[in-house]
Design a protein around this ligand. Structure first.
Ligand code: ZN
Length: 155
């Protein structure tokens, strides 16, 4: 009896896992006012050095990345007043900004989410920091949560 039900359940579960396109949380994004002083602060907090500082001109942000065990944290500072981060800081102040999910096929994932009725900020992936192709969903679409999809660019 137990043996038979496990045979019936296992293939269904595998099918679901195969079709899943969001693999894991890739990083959490934190909006900061002054990235230099926040790097110092987070280096103390994590007892680890920031491993990359990178400007993404198209988004008007300067980013800094930390590895904390298997997790990553991205700090974001605005580089101009029109930057989405400048607008976020004006409205909400510094703090948690977005969660980034890793996907193995960002183009297919965007298509899937559109077909499910999600509103996106980027309908085609763009170049992001840390060697990624990225796209943001509209926070309205996810109960106020700002979600980034990202896929590692092939070398
Ligand atoms: Zn991010």
């Amino acid at each position: 009896m137990v043996f038979i039900s496990s045979i019936l359940i296992t293939p269904q579960k595998n099918l679901l896992e195969q079709n899943k396109m969001i693999n894991k949380i890739e990083h959490l994004g934190i909006a900061v006012k002054n990235i230099e002083s926040s790097i110092d602060l987070y280096e103390k907090l994590f007892q680890t050095k920031c491993y990359k500082v990178e400007e993404v001109a198209s988004e008007g942000v300067k980013t800094a990345f930390f590895k904390v065990g298997e997790s990553k944290i991205e700090l974001l500072e605005a580089t101009n007043p029109e930057s989405p981060i400048a607008k976020f800081l004006d409205k909400k102040g510094a703090g948690f900004h977005h969660v980034a999910f890793e996907t193995s096929d960002i183009d297919a994932e965007i298509k899937r989410l559109l077909s499910e009725g999600f509103e996106l900020i980027h309908y085609t992936p763009k170049d992001g920091a840390d060697n990624k192709r990225i796209a943001f969903l509209h926070p309205k679409a996810v109960d106020g949560l700002l979600v980034e999809l990202c896929q590692e660019k092939s070398a």
